[in-house]
Ligand binder design. Structure first.
Ligand SMILES: [Zn+2]
Length: 243
């Protein structure tokens, strides 16, 4: 106990998601050779193998996808090159397009209701295929500012699926204004006639009790941070480096 390192200052930041007794883990010895990341062999890369339908928007050279279910933040999106390249491998044209795409996607997500800021992250420790994370930070939630947003994504209550789908469709439509193809559709409106409402109200109550909206075990951003789940590829015909 006594030789445990003292806690770093960030554990006292208002944004740090945990309280109570915590200890710093023992630092393991470095390995001689790191294990391969997912997709180091392009033939086994999930991103390369993923069909366009797995994305919310695609273009010739870029693709944008979401997680497969809603999480705590209004939007968590991933920008991928369609080609099997990592960040440092990008030729100048794609590197320039990455800048344009990053700005465009940031604007698209920031245009959503209730989004104050968009965090852009690239780790690349889990998967070899280039993928940048975009996390929407809800307006007014000062506690979610900065470093720990990806952790908070797993802690916050999951947003309603309908709203999640609306957000994805809005972002896809925004991107499509500049080219490419939107693949996310807004949710269908489930109109009920007054008669059917009356008939089925007891059932509705039952449904509500037994069918929570797909919030069981969402793949989270923390997992994303640890990386490895992501699989997809994407293009953007639209991006002009000179823009
Ligand atoms: Zn790949």
């Amino acid at each position: 106990m006594s030789d445990a390192p003292s806690l770093p200052a960030f554990t006292y930041w208002p944004t740090f998601p945990f309280e109570g007794d915590i200890r710093v883990k023992r630092l393991l010895d470095p390995v001689e050779v790191e294990p391969p990341r997912h997709g180091e062999n392009p033939n086994e890369c999930r991103a390369c193998a993923a069909p366009d339908e797995a994305y919310i928007w695609v273009s010739e050279r870029w693709r944008v996808r979401s997680l497969d279910r809603p999480t705590g933040l209004p939007a968590v999106l991933i920008l991928e090159s369609r080609s099997h390249l990592d960040l440092g491998d990008l030729p100048n044209m794609l590197a320039a397009e990455l800048g344009v795409m990053t700005v465009r996607l940031e604007r698209a997500i920031r245009s959503l209701d209730g989004v104050a800021r968009v965090h852009v992250n690239r780790w690349g420790d889990g998967a070899a295929h280039l993928h940048l994370w975009f996390l929407a930070r809800p307006y007014g939630r000062l506690q979610l500012q900065g470093t720990f947003l990806a952790l908070w994504d797993d802690i916050l209550p999951v947003i309603p699926e309908q709203q999640w789908r609306e957000n994805l469709a809005m972002v896809a439509a925004w991107l499509a204004e500049f080219g490419g193809r939107p693949l996310a559709e807004p949710p269908r409106i489930d109109w009920k006639s007054p008669a059917s409402l009356k008939d089925s109200s007891p059932i509705l109550i039952e449904d509500a009790a037994t069918a929570p909206l797909g919030d069981a075990g969402a793949p989270d951003t923390a997992e994303a941070v640890a990386e490895g789940t992501v699989g997809s590829t994407g293009p953007a015909a639209d991006v002009a480096p000179s823009a």
